[in-house]
Design a protein around this ligand. Structure first.
Ligand code: F0G
Length: 458
């Protein structure tokens, strides 16, 4: 294990004070939130690791870009800058801004999916699968088996299993598979990357059957950096070169700019096919806005264009991965069960192993997230049975991975903050036997994890 960690390649120009709370205040706050960390007020949170989505710190260049917003209804210069950034860095032909990633998922699902279709993907993501299902598709998980085992060290745990893909094509026929949804990296597998070789092979198999490959490019820069560090032949390539090659094995992407785009809001749909683009552009008008702003202010498109260029700077992205690895290494060294290898945007606690005495339908990951908040004011997120929701028959989807995600916002926290998080989790692990599960008091029918309320079992 390399115990040296890269220092921040930036300095702090503006600060935002955060809440330091007492145990009594936190007990009250988590009770009010129904033991769901999504429902906490941010004023009650000390270190917020709920998500890396929209929580990035922008650079001075990006803030300066906000002042250069061209807020014309049509033909904004900021759109052209965004289009140029996406073409330069990703290489796709057409770009449609959307208010965030799920806006792009909505448009893509509507234009590509027919009822009865199947969309294979390397593990599901909540909003992505919801849009596919709302349009009548069945999602099929074709990630490699290793991804479901939190203890297995595999450099590219996000890879697609080509045999599973072939089996689905044989089972339902290529005409019922509108596209393969390939996420780079895979959020719910633990932020695990996909290898270049796997992308190349998936694309070649898909092309043989005339099936499109659509990336969920949300964390594509983290994926590119893992390729540089782990895949033979890529050590001397730059991040932009790797990203270009990755995207050459796809026909388009949905993107949440709120992650690797280094902004607080925004996203886009990128496509190479002219006809598909025309269809998408006419739907963007209905759901988002004119094709040259698609739900974003001119200034926000400018910030995203600049953020995309900053995101491919090697020092930035290497440090980002190091911060995540630092937290993971500290926990692993203390014997805390985490998903291995350590991913790109987060460290994932394995709640099944952390609380083996709490059955999955008593929501061990949800309970662990609540306990971590109580312990130190650190907010994390359940990524287990509650996030997975219920199937068409009303039964819980029971994912093999029952996780708590400690998601690191980009350029926001220091190593000292991460020490607070690590110390607090290590304390909780020492007291693990005393923990109890939770039960539902309110459950919404779709994407229940956002609004669910619980109470303690005992
Ligand atoms: N795809 C992936 C892999 C994501 O992680 C997300 C968002 C989206 C798509 C949707 O993008 O939020 O801009 O609409 N993930 C956030 C998270 C919410 O916390 O992991 P969005």
């Amino acid at each position: 294990m390399d115990t040296k960690y890269m220092a921040e390649p930036y300095k702090i120009k503006m600060v935002e004070p955060i809440a330091v709370t007492t145990r009594t205040q936190r007990e009250e706050a988590i009770r009010r939130a129904g033991y769901n960390t999504f429902l906490l007020e941010s004023e009650d949170v000390y270190i917020d690791l709920l998500t890396d989505s929209g929580t990035n710190a922008m650079s001075d260049q990006q803030w300066a870009g906000l002042m250069q917003g061209d807020e014309s209804y049509a033909g904004s210069r900021n759109f052209r800058n965004l289009q140029k950034a996406v073409r330069d860095l990703f290489g796709y032909k057409h770009v449609l801004p959307t208010h965030q990633g799920r806006g792009a998922e909505n448009i893509l699902s509507q234009i590509a999916i027919q009822p009865g279709d199947f969309v294979p993907g390397n593990m599901y993501f909540t909003t992505t699968r919801a849009h596919q299902e709302l349009n009548g598709a069945t999602f099929r998980d074709i990630i490699i088996e290793e991804a479901h085992d939190s203890t297995l060290d595999h450099p590219f745990k996000g890879n697609i299993d080509l045999a599973k893909l072939q089996a689905l094509i044989d089972e339902v026929g290529p005409e019922r598979i509108p596209y393969i949804c390939l996420a780079v990296t895979v959020n719910l597998a633990g932020g695990q990357p996909v290898s270049m070789q796997n992308m190349r092979e998936v694309y070649s198999l898909a092309q043989r059957y005339g099936i499109a490959v659509m990336f969920d490019a949300t964390r594509c820069v983290e994926n590119a950096c893992f390729i540089k560090h782990r895949e033979p032949g890529y050590q001397d390539k730059t991040i932009p070169q790797i990203l270009q090659e990755m995207c050459s094995y796809s026909d388009g992407c949905t993107m949440s700019g709120k992650k690797d785009g280094l902004v607080n809001i925004g996203g886009f749909l990128a496509l190479n096919d002219d006809d598909l683009y025309q269809k998408a552009a006419s739907l963007v008008v209905v759901y988002e806005g004119m094709p040259t702003y698609g739900g974003m202010a001119g200034r926000d498109m400018e910030a995203m264009a600049r953020g995309l260029y900053e995101s491919v700077d090697y020092n930035y992205i290497a440090h980002r991965l190091e911060q995540v690895r630092y937290l993971g290494d500290r926990l692993a060294a203390a014997g805390v069960p985490i998903v291995k290898p350590i991913g790109g945007h987060a460290v994932f606690l394995d709640a099944r192993k952390f609380y083996p005495h709490i059955p999955q339908d008593h929501f061990p990951a949800q309970a662990l997230a609540a306990n971590l908040y109580l312990q130190s004011g650190v907010r994390s997120m359940e990524r287990g049975i509650v996030s997975a929701g219920r199937d068409k028959n009303g039964n819980h989807y029971c994912p093999k991975l029952e996780l708590v995600r400690l998601t690191i916002p980009r350029r926001v926290y220091t190593y000292a903050h991460l020490d607070v998080v690590a110390d607090s989790i290590i304390d909780l692990y020492e007291e693990r036997d005393a923990a109890h599960g939770l039960k539902f008091v309110y459950e919404a029918p779709v994407l229940r994890f956002f609004t669910a309320r619980f109470e303690p079992m005992s």
